[in-house]
Design a protein around this ligand. Structure first.
Ligand SMILES: *Cc1c(COP(=O)(O)O)cnc(C)c1O
Length: 359
């Protein structure tokens, strides 16, 4: 059928397909262990008395409290509709469509490439080495060819944190040439250092953060970009006039209050304990190989029975994420750490499946 939309759409959009987000793939289920969300939902209140007004573009309380939390100046911070919008703004602010490229290090988070493709920006790849460390030779060969370098640490889906020396080297290699974006969506779960406190050392360093993971607010859509005031100024030129809805700003401010932060700290501690237990339980089962590391809130496993297991879990309302199409990750599933009951249901369903398989 020759429809008008088909005839008129931009050529680079024609080849795109919508991002297969966890929520688009499966809407049912009861145990959502497929999007690295927090199993904990905290209570917030909303004051409707200002809903007749447009919200602040960069709500002061949110900016000030996150700046304090991250140890940066308010001028070094941008709040947006999730870290995903931060990725998009960086691409729109710094890359020219049809000409410039970004660099990604697969296997990694999918949205860097998807966002680039949406704006007709090219995607170069410097795959991780087999041990999931950065391939510095591959990265060096891209100097001068890319405007943005995305490094996810802790990396989704491998759970590994990139060693600090490799990031220092990357920042030095691309000095005056490209921005190096360290995606710290999972930093609260990690043991290693964060990069927010190194902004003063590198004017090409950008750090991404989110309230979607440790803070348990994936439904809120609120994230942060940390960078020099000059970089933030550029992003403010391309951001929408009202990127954050008023209820979002109110709830984010509550999550970042002293009391909110104390709750999150306690929940991260609990989740890290549950993660250790889940990893141990999975690696003790002969059918699984545990891959990567657990510096985030998920466990990556390989099993010969990937598809059968996945189907059996879905039947029980337990959703996990298939990662088998990613480089090095054939037959791999990524399982987010749930609460105690969810993890127990998961392990019981796994045991029931393998009992049947081997019967
Ligand atoms: C979940 C995730 C994000 C997205 O965060 P939002 O704030 O929900 O947009 C960004 N980066 C990585 C690596 C993620 O896993």
């Amino acid at each position: 059928m020759s429809n008008l939309a088909d005839k008129l759409q931009s050529p680079h959009v024609k080849t795109l397909t919508p991002y297969q987000s966890a929520r688009r793939l499966f809407s049912g289920g009861q145990d959502w262990l497929n999007a690295n969300e927090s199993p904990f939902a905290n209570d917030y209140s909303v004051d409707a008395s200002r809903f007749n007004r447009y919200p602040d573009c960069q709500p002061k309380t949110v900016i000030q409290s996150y700046a304090q939390y991250a140890g940066v100046e308010p001028e070094q911070l941008l709040v947006s509709r999730g870290a995903d919008e931060g990725i998009e703004l960086l691409i729109r602010g710094f890359c020219e469509a049809g000409k410039d490229n970004i660099l990604i290090c697969p296997p990694t988070y999918g949205m860097y490439a998807i966002s680039a493709e949406t704006f007709n920006v090219g995607v170069e790849k410097a795959p991780l080495k087999a041990d999931f460390s950065l391939d510095m030779d591959a990265i060096e060969s891209q100097v001068g060819k890319v405007k943005l370098v995305f490094i996810c640490s802790p990396n989704n889906p491998t759970g590994t944190q990139v060693d600090a020396e490799s990031i220092h080297q990357t920042l030095a290699l691309f000095k005056d040439k490209a921005l190096v974006v360290v995606d710290e969506a999972y930093i609260e779960f990690a043991e290693g250092e964060n990069w927010a406190n190194k902004l003063a050392d590198y004017d090409n360093l950008v750090v991404l953060r989110t309230l979607s993971k440790a803070f348990g607010l994936a439904g809120l859509r609120c994230g942060f970009t940390l960078a020099s005031p000059e970089i933030i100024e550029v992003l403010l030129k391309v951001i929408a006039p009202y990127p954050l809805a008023e209820p979002v700003a109110q709830i984010a401010a509550q999550a970042l209050s002293a009391q909110g932060l104390a709750t999150i700290k306690q929940q991260v501690g609990e989740l890290n304990g549950l993660k250790t237990e889940l990893r141990a339980a999975l690696s003790s089962r002969a059918e699984f190989e545990v891959l990567g590391d657990t510096q985030a809130n998920f466990v990556l496993v390989r099993t010969e029975h990937k598809q059968g297991l996945m189907d059996a879990l879905v039947e029980q309302g337990i959703l996990v994420r298939d990662q088998s199409k990613q480089l090095y990750l054939d037959n791999c599933l990524r399982i987010s750490v749930g609460d105690k009951a969810q993890n127990a249901r998961l392990l019981a369903a796994i045991d029931a499946f393998f009992k049947q398989e081997t019967a």
